[in-house]
Design a protein around this ligand. Structure first.
Ligand code: ADP
Length: 167
C-alpha cells in the first residue's frame, strides 16, 4: 500500500492545494495531508481551523486523511509510516527552496522520497499569501478558495475589523 504525505501550512487551503490533493489521490492509496502547526509563522487560522476547513473541502475524497503535525517532517513521516512526500511546484521560484528541502530530508531519512506535481496552469499564480492579502483588504476571494473557506475568511476578517466590500 502506498501512503504519501502532502505537508503544508494551508493558511488557508486554496484551489491550488485542492488540485494537488485531488491529483495525488489518484496516484497513491492513501494521502495524509499534514497541517503544519508552527506558531512561529503566526498563522491567520489556528491549526484546528485549518484542519477543519481541509476536512470540509475534501469530504468527497475517500482516501484522504487530515492530520496536524509539528516538528520535523521526517519524524511525522515515520510516525505515519509514509515514505513519499508530495509537494506542488508552481514556478521556478518554488524550485530552489523545494530542492533544498527534499535533499535535506533525504539526507536525514534516506528512505524518504519527495515527489513533485507541477501546478495546473490555472492555479500557477495562486498562493495562500495572496489570498490572505486580498481578504485583509476586504477583496473578493471566491475565485481562489472554496465557498467554506471564503466564509471562514470573511468571519476571520470581521474579528479583525475588516468588512467585505463585495456583498
Ligand atoms: P503556500 O502558502 O505557498 O500556499 P503551503 O505551505 O500551504 O504554501 O503549500 C503546501 C504545498 O502546496 C507546497 O508544496 C506548495 O508549493 C504547494 N502549493 C501551494 N499553492 C499551489 C498551487 N497554486 N499550485 C500548486 N501547488 C501549490
Amino acid at each position: 500500500m502506498l501512503r504519501a504525505i502532502y505537508p503544508g501550512s494551508f493558511d488557508p487551503v486554496t484551489y491550488g492545494h485542492l488540485d494537488i490533493i485531488r491529483r495525488s489521490c489518484k496516484i497513491v492509496d492513501e494521502l495524509v495531508v499534514g497541517v503544519l502547526n508552527n506558531n512561529a509563522k503566526m498563522p491567520l487560522f489556528s491549526v484546528e481551523e485549518r484542519v477543519k476547513m481541509l476536512q470540509e473541502v475534501t469530504k468527497d475524497l475517500k482516501n484522504v486523511k487530515i492530520v496536524p503535525f509539528h516538528g520535523l517532517l521526517i519524524d511525522f513521516a515515520r510516525e505515519m509510516d509514509a515514505y513519499v512526500v508530495i509537494r506542488g511546484l508552481r514556478a521556478i521560484t518554488d524550485f530552489e527552496y523545494e530542492l533544498q528541502m527534499s535533499q535535506t530530508n533525504h539526507k536525514l531519512e534516506p528512505d524518504l522520497e519527495t515527489m513533485f506535481l507541477t501546478t495546473s496552469i490555472e492555479y500557477s499564480y495562486l498562493s495562500s499569501t495572496t489570498v490572505r492579502e486580498i481578504a485583509t483588504y476586504g477583496g473578493d476571494v471566491s475565485q481562489f478558495v472554496p465557498e467554506e473557506v471564503r466564509i471562514a475568511l470573511k468571519e476571520k476578517m470581521k474579528t479583525k475589523g475588516v468588512y467585505n466590500k463585495y456583498e
